[in-house]
Design a protein around this ligand. Sequence first.
Ligand SMILES: O=C(CO)[C@@H](O)[C@H](O)[C@H](O)[C@H](O)COP(=O)(O)O
Length: 366
Amino acid sequence: MESVETQSWLQKLEEQLNVDVDWMDPTYSKNLQIRPNDMTSNNLWVNIQMSHPDNKQLFENAVKELKSEGWLAIYNRIAVQMCKANIGNIKGRVALQVDPHQAYNTQAVLDHARAYAREFERAGIPKTRYFIKIPSTGPALNAVPALEAEGIRTLGTALFSLPQAIACSQAGTLYISPYFNAETRAHDDLSLWPNVEDPATQHTMSARIVHILETYKQLYKETGKEQPLLKNASFITPKEAMAAGEMGCHSATISHTVLEELSKLSYDGSKQPGEGVPKPVHAYRNAGPTPERLRKLSKIDPLAAADWDGKLVSTDIDYLANNGAELEKAIEKDPITVQRLDDALKLFQGGIRESMEKIEASMKNV
Ligand SMILES: O=C(CO)[C@@H](O)[C@H](O)[C@H](O)[C@H](O)COP(=O)(O)O
């Protein structure tokens, strides 16, 4: 057995939450220091991975076979097959994201999620081994109850606020993924990134993560209804990922660069600003309170608009009614969410557009 002294940050983090791999290359996930739980993806990762030389044959075969069904059918086939290549390397589920161009069209979200589900079935991957990522807008989340009723599990993505998280709970998603560095542009422009010493207490997104976790614990206590599991995403540094463990997130989906760094750092608890606790047996039934060190975050929101009244939104609002009208209203009132949601959708739209162009170019030659 490995001694505590030789444990890496990655191994320590896996004790506190489920570590997921946010990358689609099977060679990478196979060789990781720990066996990842889920494999997440988005339309950018699919686009990059479909151009990997190892997928040349898969790409060409899909174009040949499905040419008459259009580019999206080909995209779905390639994406699911690339998930299949990873399924043996992970313990949990693989993930695909619906077309972000359809983020405000309930029927199109339903259609795309069901088309993925048919491909997963064809590939022999059961519903227990995948989930579909749905943008956390009013219209898109309205597709979730029907999908969940069909056994197609979902994750609310592009999520930056408590109202979006409550809407996901009302819709019944399995997971939510708030982006810790919600400013997706922060990866490219580091001047936008809150580069702080102690991310758990000082990063501007930490308070919102704590609000969501506390609200879900409260909802579970009041209703007994399962709440979405919080899969934190978009970390720039290893210490941000460790902060997810301390905050009590249930999982963290981590890029290959940050996973690499985490696996090379030796864990020394005396040098950490705070430490998470081991994973509870049941995320909500056995949930502990917010750690003492982080309690002050419950009442602040550094990202809130200047006119915020200091109160967290009520869980009594029906955010899904009228095609998600109340959720759209809440998003509009929160300039940070408006901006970040727009950035995220545009980023992923760029990814799927590029895939469409590659597929259409290839269709002309077949
Ligand atoms: O699956 C998920 C979240 O559930 C991830 O792939 C998620 O899309 C990414 O972590 C985010 O888009 C952030 O990407 P990046 O900002 O770390 O490049």
